[in-house]
Design a protein around this ligand. Structure first.
Ligand SMILES: [Zn+2]
Length: 593
């Protein structure tokens, strides 16, 4: 099978149908898409309808397209594009390239069914269900991007709008918009303009999309009459564009479109910097002194309605699975302390924020160095900066709806001094890989009564295995699993030929270890998972999870299953799986017994 044979096969089938003909070159050029061949076909419908069946150079790997000859149906029938092409199959439908005639047959049959529904007017609700697509197709202005951080499902209300030459950002109030800007652009701004959100009670078909001020005011007077005076006042007096969001409920959620009212200049009219016109009279009244109705009737003529699409940028949409992840609402309210923002902690924090965590406080006194760039979230542009400062900027810029992101470029002990200060967090995560630091944290945890859970996560030498331990309120402490000097009782590997310091390491803080990002990502994912389960309240008892890396055979030293690991009940030697073990109190623990 090749494309030529497929086209020949298709042509044979079409030629056998009544009243068909191959399209001429100039007919194919009528389309902006690059169609390479096509046929005119009469369809078997109650009304006489002819269509063009068209193929692109990618045929038979993509389906042929069907186009109506009559191009007046755009935006009066759903599923019709500007050039008359029909959306018959859902987007991204896979077709069988080895049966081109079967594909064409089912396409024509589907087209007949679709057109019959369209002729009968049965699909008008599809305009509402796919409002975003049709509003986009009918938009006048695609140069400006409109972002909304309004929570979904708002009722009609005043909104705050901030504009730049590149984008507009719209929020429920000035504070939320300025906060978003501070995060996104890392700059302070001090004012926003007022706009309006109008929740419409009825769906709009494209023919009803407002295209002039009168049509827009008619919609507003029906569904938000209390805004009419302010909006009319603005039209009459201001040269500033006025942003109005139309919100329309549909079966699959709320749809949004933006209209901007822009005042056009009259003949010989100039506007001063402070927004005053040089045209001083309206129907004999000095500007601004005429009754509102007189001003309005004058100015609507000079006001243009510009329609644009609205892109949702609110936290729930951006980070909560487009509003469909029930975990988001819980995580958004929580506050987590991350101690240690090295390669492990940086990715872990990024993942938690993406999962919906609202508030993070980061603690790490280290500076970013070039040798960190191979496995750290940060790159060369931050070398020489405090890791927590650079991460704060990165997280705020990338996730500007974040509730709070705190950088503490110091050791955690300088900020979390008392046991009570642990209570300010829903979870503490330590990825320092330093026994000294984690032994101290465990000590403080015991003093606090372990009301706030702590997740400790670290890698064994050469990232040969990763561990994540969640210590909950009623159970042993971290020390229960370690010797006084920090030897882990469940380490998976021993390194018989390694220097003793390496063997005795409980953590991953050794920069000279030659593991790379691919060796640590699975362990990071395991720690993220355990942390999220903690935050969602799904973990009731202290838990230890282990992930064993593949034996890479390139470790400088041969690894061997440790005796300690082989004495763990139900110990696992399978590579690349997560094993879970309970974490219980050790009766002779130096700290908690
Ligand atoms: Zn203990």
């Amino acid at each position: 099978m090749n494309a030529k044979n497929s086209i020949a096969e298709l042509a044979r089938w079409i030629d056998a149908l009544p009243n068909t003909r191959r399209l001429a070159g100039h007919e194919l050029h009528n389309y902006r898409k690059q169609f390479v061949d096509g046929w005119r076909i009469d369809l078997n419908l109650a009304e006489n309808v002819s269509i063009n069946l068209l193929i692109t150079a990618q045929f038979p790997f993509v389906s042929p397209k069907i186009a109506l000859i009559d191009r007046t149906k755009f935006l009066s029938w759903p599923h019709v594009e500007k050039d008359g092409c029909l959306c018959v199959f859902p987007p991204n439908t896979n077709v069988d390239p080895y049966r081109p005639v079967e594909v064409a047959k089912s396409l024509v049959a589907e087209t007949e069914a679709l057109l019959q529904c369209l002729l009968d007017g049965n699909l008008d609700d599809d305009f509402n269900r796919e409002f975003d697509s049709y509003w986009l197709l009918s938009s006048d202005d695609l140069r400006h991007q409109f972002f909304s951080i309004l929570p979904d499902g708002c009722d009609s209300q005043k909104v705050a709008v901030w504009s730049s030459s590149k984008f507009r950002i719209i929020g429920a109030d000035e504070k939320s918009v300025l906060c978003w800007l501070k995060n996104r652009l890392q700059k302070d701004y001090d004012r926003t303009d007022t706009g309006f959100l109008v929740k419409l009670s009825k769906p709009l078909s494209p023919e009803e999309y407002p295209d002039c001020t009168e049509a827009l005011l008619a919609l507003i007077s029906e569904d938000a009459p209390n805004f009419l005076e302010s909006i009319s006042d603005h039209i009459a007096k201001s040269f500033q564009p006025l942003t109005i969001i139309l919100a329309i409920s549909a079966t699959n959620g709320t749809n949004y479109g933006v209209v901007e009212l822009c005042r056009l200049l009259r003949a010989n009219e100039k506007v001063s910097k402070c927004g005053r016109s040089n045209r001083v009279s309206v129907n004999g009244f000095r500007d601004g002194k005429a009754p509102l109705s007189v001003q309005l009737s004058q100015q609507t003529k000079y006001t243009k309605v510009v329609r644009s699409p609205l892109e949702r940028a609110d936290a729930e949409w951006a980070l909560g699975g487009r509003g469909h992840d029930p975990r988001f609402a819980v995580l958004q309210k929580q506050r987590v302390a991350i101690v240690g923002l090295g390669s492990f902690g940086s990715f872990l924090t990024d993942n938690l924020i993406q999962a919906g965590l609202g508030q993070v406080a980061m603690f790490d006194g280290d500076l970013m160095r070039w040798e960190n760039t191979g496995r750290h979230l940060l790159g060369g542009d931050t070398v020489g900066q405090n890791k927590t400062d650079a991460l704060k900027r990165r997280f705020e810029t990338n996730y500007p709806t974040i509730v709070s992101c705190e950088s503490n470029p110091v050791d955690w002990q300088q900020r979390i001094e008392t046991a009570e200060s642990l209570d300010g967090f829903d979870l503490v995560i330590s990825t320092t890989g330093s026994w000294k630091a984690e032994c101290m944290l465990n000590d403080l945890h015991e003093c606090s009564g372990k009301r706030t859970p702590i997740v400790y996560a670290w890698l064994e030498p050469f990232a040969a295995a990763g561990h994540a331990v969640a210590i909950m309120e009623r159970s042993g402490c971290l020390q229960c699993g370690f010797t006084g000097a920090g030897q882990f009782s469940r380490r998976v590997f021993d390194w018989p030929a390694a220097p003793t310091t390496m063997v005795s390491q409980a953590g991953c803080g050794n920069e000279f270890q030659p593991y790379g990002i691919t060796d640590s990502l699975h362990s990071i994912a395991m720690a993220v998972d355990l942390s999220v389960e903690c935050l969602l309240g799904q973990l009731t008892a202290s838990t230890h999870r282990v992930w064993i890396n593949k034996d890479r055979k390139i470790d400088p030293i041969q690894r061997g299953w440790s005796v300690a690991w082989q004495t763990v009940p139900n110990f696992d030697t399978r590579e690349e799986v997560v094993s879970e073990f309970p974490w219980s109190a050790r009766p002779d623990c130096q700290r908690c017994s």
